[in-house]
Design a protein around this ligand. Sequence first.
Ligand code: TYD
Length: 204
Amino acid sequence: MKGPFIVFEGLDGAGTTTQLGLLQAWIERTYGRRVYATREPSGGPVGALLQQALRRRVTLDAKTLALLFAADRIDHLNTEVLDRLDAGIPVLCDRYYLSSYAYQLRDLPNRIEWLESLNAEAVRPDLTLLVDAPAEVCMERILASRWTTELFEETERLRAVRENYLALAQQRMSKQEKIDIIDGNRLPETVHTDICERVRPLFK
Ligand code: TYD
């Protein structure tokens, strides 16, 4: 794996998608490298089923959802990500296994070991950028930009997910995983500048 492989994580409304787009443009401009930008749930067959569940068109229990998110991740790695990393193409991914831990743990408390075992085959990113903002701020942004809310988007739920994210980040950083917590409660341009400084060492 060469890549680098950079993952964005955060609550719905935290700004990961905006920041991913800004970072992609910045890397292409600054280093003259083509960047592959992608996301999970993916555009593949398992991702399509997950999109149906997120839009409440099909109903699936929490364990089945956890299995599908993990299956989609493996499919996504095999069809879109790993070959590109091997070819030295930088890959930016909106959400990855930390989403599975932070979100699925909300409905499956005490199942972190099971969730980790489902994701054991998923390669570690070179850097995870956790764009952090309070649940209320994220909810306001969601409501300002959309008519409908998805399955995981109520404020109480987001509050619990944020706690999971922050606790998981601390634990995993102590196990030598590279995770940077970025204050997402600032102007997009300021957040972007901060992110560029964290990403720069990967391109030296
Ligand atoms: P999101 O990026 O918000 O999709 P959209 O652009 O359609 O709004 O992601 C969809 C939701 O899926 C989000 O609420 C988080 C959730 N999710 C999980 O619960 N587990 C996972 O493993 C992943 C990848 C996402």
